[in-house]
Design a binder for this molecule. Structure first.
Ligand code: PMP
Length: 460
């Protein structure tokens, strides 16, 4: 009965990995999917980990030395249990959990509360006034989809405006949710920066009440974010036209340089203590655009993902929050969200949300998480510098300063699809056809190979 079907094309992002997996070349490099990969961990950070936490004596040095280019499970997720074996925190938590019963439709209550605090701030007036409803969803994608379905069912406007370009899955998620996808100008290829004027003109022209999708930070795929001043102008315009902001927060705290660090060397115990900004770190900084829209008292939606910032890609853990005008409206919204979720997947999985709740709740684990976030962010920033330097050293034609100016997991290289195909064919380097490369997939060892390939692609 299905013989009439035509073969569907592979997903443009996930399909890159499938092609990569089939390539037998020993020098192949996958820069397609946005997943963090390791460099060899530096000794300095090993000392930090060993000495930072109360449980420090029980840590093992060797478990902190990562192999290069491998997927990373964060130490807050995988803890050393002191019995000469590595026990994932997730396993301990699940052992402690009394049962594996169904969760409520809205998920783990603690996880929802802590997720709202993470994005809005613990002292957010919207939380204190119970004007926020948060539901656990299937990572960022699931949160966007539930939000989209809810809007299609209950909001008076069907148009949702996405930045051009945006993450490739956005248009599909919202179209299938029942919304009509439109775009607004965002990126200026000529400057490889924000097309702020185009953005303001386009948002100024959309029908009043439309939904506007905004990347909360580290815009994917361009790595170009508005400045705080530009965010303020965007906010004023959105509010003046009664547009409804829908934030996608898939990269909170992963890639900014806003951590402050205070190191104290304790000679007596030959230990180094590192204290990262608990309340003023990049977790807060990256949430600032969202918080400014909450501070003005207006409504908004936000989809959060813990795939990247907690390395829980496959656990599918995320949250959708809707900020309302009153506690009464928020509780009605929650009741309707349950009607969206129940026929879709009934209730979310228990495992990932329990891990996230444990990390967000415990101040030691939370602090350690911020250290690991910083380590990931620093490595990616170092990859940017190394790639820029390598192209400079080769005298590769063109201005490559956008590699160090852009932020986040990706560099939007400006390479065209023909150049991308050439690099895949001749150098076994895999990336999306729009020239986006995941900096998190690079290591010091593979930078020269990539630089050679880019140089050959632009000079051929
Ligand atoms: N939004 C953006 C902008 C993304 O880049 C991603 C992941 N690539 C997601 C949402 C969703 O990711 P996930 O469903 O894995 O949390």
């Amino acid at each position: 009965v299905f013989a009439h079907l035509v073969r569907a094309p592979e997903d443009p992002i996930l399909g890159v990995t499938l092609a990569y997996n089939k390539d037998p070349s020993p020098v192949k490099l996958n820069l397609g999917v946005g997943a963090y990969r390791t460099e060899v961990t530096m000794l300095f950070s090993v000392f930090c980990y060993v000495d930072y936490r109360r449980l420090c004596e029980r840590y093992s040095l060797c478990c902190l030395v990562h192999q290069e280019g491998k997927p990373l499970v964060l130490n807050v997720v995988r803890l050393w249990n002191g019995n000469s074996s590595v026990t994932p925190l997730s396993f301990c938590i699940i052992c402690r959990a009394r049962n594996k019963e169904y969760l409520p439709i809205t998920g783990v209550a603690d996880f929802n509360k802590l997720s709202a605090q993470l994005i809005f701030g613990a002292d957010s007036p919207a939380i204190q006034e119970s004007r926020v409803t948060t539901v656990q969803c299937l990572s960022g994608t699931g949160s966007l989809r539930v939000g989209g379905e809810f809007l299609a069912k209950h909001y008076h406007q069907r148009n949702i405006y996405l930045p051009q370009p945006t993450w490739g899955n956005h248009p599909k998620v919202f179209t299938l949710a029942g919304l009509t996808v439109q775009t607004y100008r965002y990126y200026a290829p000529a400057t490889r920066g924000l097309d702020f004027q185009g953005l303001m003109e386009d948002l100024g022209a959309v029908p009043s009440g439309s939904v506007i999708m905004l990347h909360a930070c580290a815009h994917n795929p361009t790595g170009v974010d508005p400045t705080p001043e530009q965010w303020e102008e965007i906010r004023k315009l959105i509010r003046s036209k009664a547009l409804l902001p829908f934030f996608d927060s898939a990269y909170q705290a992963m890639f900014c340089l806003h951590f402050f660090a205070l190191s104290i060397v304790d000679h007596e115990h030959t230990r180094i203590y590192l204290h990262y900004g608990f309340a003023s770190g990049s977790l807060d900084k990256d949430a600032q655009p969202v918080r400014s829209f909450v501070a003005d008292g207006g409504e908004l939606l936000v989809a959060q993902s813990y795939a990247k910032n907690m390395g829980l890609y496959g656990e599918r853990v995320g949250a959708l929050s809707i900020v309302c005008k009153s506690a009464d409206v928020a509780s009605k919204v929650e009741s309707q969200l349950k009607l969206v979720i129940r026929p879709m997947y009934s209730n979310p999985p228990i495992h990932g949300a329990t891990i996230v709740a444990a990390v967000l709740k415990d101040s030691d684990l939370f602090n350690e998480w911020t250290i690991e976030l910083k380590e990931m962010a620093d490595r990616i920033i170092s990859m940017r510098q190394q790639l820029f330097d390598a192209l400079h050293a080769r005298g590769t034609p063109g201005d490559w300063s956008h590699i160090i100016k852009q932020i986040g997991m990706f560099t939007f290289t400006g390479l065209n699809s023909e150049q991308v195909s050439f690099m895949t064919r001749e150098y076994h380097i895999y990336m999306t056809s729009d020239g986006r490369i995941s900096m998190a997939g690079l290591s010091s060892k593979t930078v020269p190979h990539l630089a050679d390939a880019i140089h050959a692609a632009v000079t051929k």
